[in-house]
Design a binder for this molecule. Sequence first.
Ligand code: DX5
Ligand code: ZN
Length: 216
Amino acid sequence: MNRLAPSILSADFSRLGEEVKTIEEAGAHIIHVDVMDGHFVPNISFGSAVMKSLLGKTKLPFDVHLMITDPDRYIKDFVTENTEIITVHQEACIHLHRTLQMIKSHGVKAGVSLNPATPLFTLEYVFEDLDYVLIMSVNPGFGGQKFIPSALEKIRKLAVMKAQRNPDLIIAVDGGITLENVEDVVGAGANLIVAGSSVFGAPDVKKRVQDFLALL
Ligand code: DX5
Ligand code: ZN
């Protein structure tokens, strides 16, 4: 099943609970949580306390995207009853294999994200350990950027590796996804679609989620 993961980075933080309720009622599958530290990426978003404020307010699982240096120090803070996936950046991990095992030791799915310039072969020796790969289709740090088309070829190649070596792998794509290009990324092999500004920036968020779901 293909899933839609609205990113709360583009939500109205003063009404976060209501925003999440709206996407849940509209049928979104999972909440994408963008954590930025101002070091790994040139922007600061929010930390685990904001994510935890949603506990008990939504049944949707959390897809945690850590855009931070030294993620090992913070992984535990993001493990909650709603947390399905924790993703670290390949570029931020010196001991990626160890970090993935640490995530799994908490009983959540382990993911790795690749920046647009980072090749798939950096995952060669951990590929069978992965539950999830997040292909960045923008340079991480900000919502509302334009989709970088080379992500499509990367997703296609990853889908081939998945079929050969890790059939349960979740392939996610993140950045610049709109109603106009979502069918292209799904066609390339992505099965978890992250969308921030195109969901929460819409005049009618509920309708926008439903329009996305119709294209998955
Ligand atoms: C970018 C974040 C994305 C962001 C996507 O650094 O990882 O998840 O929220 O936003 P849009 O969909 O607006 O590109
Ligand atoms: Zn993200």
